[in-house]
Ligand binder design. Structure first.
Ligand code: AMP
Length: 585
């Protein structure tokens, strides 16, 4: 195993590394640091988040810049404000003994003049989101004429978020002689385009296999009827008493709805999506980070850049529209050498996506059953037993011992154990005793699709791969042409000469109007409403007869027993339960 001291790093950085408690370099650090230190070169590194890539470019960058000069020499572009702040914070730790180092974060949603002032004071390194960076360059607030190093961090995520033009603009306006270091978890065409266009014979390193999600993550799916989706989520949470999870939903509305239901049902949950203000988002992230919130329900866009170690589970409440995004979701767990699980709750109509995802991640899913009430009660009970066994005895309890013994004198040891654990066990038992099981959908339910998408219209468009589009490019093209906002276009499915996409029903007239007499590269573009609302491509129609009922009695385990207890007077039992749920780990 390599040591940090063998990588060519200076003493001040080695001292900071020792303070950080990093014992040995991670794979990407062991590979990248010597290359970057040896000479000025371009680099393409394929590495997942959580592999230690910030330090892989951070240490060489700090070592290479001239700390006696105050002008900007290094620029790091990263997809979100959250990530910018994290990188800046990490750099402060890395540069603890590198006197004179100033790193400034630049991102949207905060005062641009304050950021300008910070930079004017001298910043050898700027960590920026592409949009704000471009804006400040345009306004002459930042001078990058002497830039020597440019890092593109999480390049695929930046492009997913539609930053292609901003990035290419920034690169085009920076000195040609600089070195560019590109870090990306995957290598879609847009990322390799940037590498081709702006980089000079880059060295390439790959950590693990290309596009393969981290080996520390196992993938499981749970087949349910659409109507059982929420209850399935609750069971997956309940069967994992130490859960610290990120739950992903497809839309902002579903994210809010699921979080609200969880909160109502007594869970420490919170929503994170683009309709929240920046300060609300910051608050949610702070609570999640310090584990006051155990379940973060998020959209893909809002969750980008979440860099929280210790997440035990990623739960895909719904699969993403574009299966490629699954890798980003599952990469939120299994970080910093820990293991994690990525769970998918899905209906039969989504099953085919699992095969596509397996191809992308190079790993197989296992199909699991939603746990029964009995299993959950047992798990919770034994978890409590272990917690009690591990609890440190508070010496102050000694003073009460004689009285306690007197009060409990009539109870045998067996009774005492039974009564003590019933306090917790009964709550779960009462909730689950009549809840029945959540089984796989039966064959007769095969064509049932949830009405989650009934508020969207699916369109056909006669543009496809032949016209040079992949799903990401077509999504960008549609978003730009329709001007409907970031999350407005969904379920883009590109075929050879045509494609499909969804937008909200309310935007249907606008889509039809914009594409009336629309031409693309001299060709008439034809956009039509398709009958299919759900799966990719055209095809199966929703079975409305089945949708309107006919599946028998709806199981009523929506309301949790916990919430029932919560509504009445707060019992001792309940407050003990609350404490357990909200305790900081
Ligand atoms: P990153 O991939 O840069 O987001 O890093 C993921 C996490 O791993 C961060 O919390 C880092 O502080 C941590 N980390 C980075 N390098 C090492 C290392 N060599 N040893 C232990 N932890 C590390």
């Amino acid at each position: 195993m390599t040591n940090f001291s063998e990588l060519g790093l200076q003493e001040d950085l080695l001292k900071a590394i020792s303070d950080l408690g990093f014992e040995s370099p991670s794979e990407v650090q062991a590979q990248a640091i010597p290359i970057l230190l040896e000479k000025d070169t371009d680099l393409v590194a394929l590495a997942q988040t959580g592999t230690g890539k910030t330090a892989a470019f951070g240490f060489p960058l700090i070592q290479k810049i001239n700390l006696d000069q105050r002008h900007t020499q290094g620029l790091i572009l990263s997809p979100t404000r959250e990530l910018c702040l994290q990188i800046t914070n990490e750099f402060q730790n890395y540069g603890k003994y590198s006197s004179g180092l100033r790193t400034v974060a630049v991102y949207g949603g905060a005062s641009i003049t304050d950021q300008e002032k910070q930079i004017k004071k001298g910043a050898q390194i700027i960590v920026a989101t592409p949009g704000r960076m471009k804006d400040m360059l345009k306004r002459g607030m930042i001078d990058i004429s002497q830039l020597a190093y440019c890092v593109l961090d999480e390049a695929d995520e930046m492009l997913n978020m539609g930053f292609y033009e901003d990035i290419t603009d920034i690169l085009a306006h920076s000195p040609k002689e600089k070195s560019t270091w590109l870090f990306s978890a995957t290598m879609p065409k847009e990322v390799s385009n940037i590498a081709k266009k702006f980089m000079n014979s880059p060295k390439e390193i790959t950590v693990g296999q290309r596009n393969v999600s981290t080996k520390n993550v196992s993938h499981e799916y749970f087949l349910v009827s659409a109507r059982d989706r929420y209850n399935a989520l609750k069971r997956l949470v309940d069967v994992n008493p130490e859960v610290y999870a990120c739950v992903f939903c497809r839309t902002k509305r579903d994210t809010q709805k699921v979080a609200e239901r969880l909160i109502e049902d007594g869970y420490n949950a919170a929503a994170l999506h683009g309709d929240l203000s920046q300060s609300q988002r910051d608050m949610v992230m702070k609570s999640f980070r310090n584990k006051q919130v155990q379940i973060l329900v998020a959209t893909d866009v809002a969750a980008r850049g979440i860099d929280v170690d210790d997440i035990t589970h990623v739960i895909n409440y719904q699969l993403p529209d574009e299966v490629e995004i699954y890798t980003h979701r599952s990469g939120r767990t299994g970080r910093a050498g820990k293991t994690g699980k990525s769970l998918v709750i899905l209906t039969k109509s989504e099953l085919r996506k699992i095969k596509q995802i397996e191809r992308i991640i190079g790993q197989n899913f296992t199909e699991e059953s939603i746990p029964s009430g009995e299993e959950i009660c047992e798990k919770q009970l034994f978890h409590l037993v272990n917690e009690i066994k591990e609890t440190e005895i508070n010496p102050k309890i000694d003073a009460y011992l004689p009285k306690l013994e007197e009060m409990l004198i009539d109870l045998t040891k067996e009774d005492l154990i039974k009564k003590f654990f019933s306090v917790e066990f009964t709550r779960f038992y009462n909730y689950y005793k009549d809840a029945g099981s959540i089984s796989k959908p039966s064959a007769s339910e095969r064509d049932f699709q949830s009405n989650e998408r009934s508020d969207e219209t699916r369109f056909f468009i006669n543009l496809g791969e032949k016209d040079g589009f992949n799903w990401m490019q077509l999504k960008d093209f549609l978003k730009e042409t329709l001007d409907l906002g970031r999350d407005a276009v969904a379920k883009v499915d590109v075929k050879d000469s045509f494609s499909f996409f969804n937008v909200a029903k309310t935007d249907e007239p606008k889509v039809m109007q914009i594409f009336e007499n629309f031409t693309y590269q001299g060709r008439n573009i034809n956009v039509e409403i398709t009958k299919d609302k759900g799966g990719r491509g055209g095809g199966r129609k929703r079975n409305d007869r089945k949708k309107s009922g006919g599946f028998g009695k709806r199981r009523d385990d929506n309301k949790s027993g916990f919430s029932g207890a919560r509504k009445g007077k707060k019992s001792n039992v309940e407050s003990s339960f609350n404490r357990r749920r909200s305790k900081k780990k």
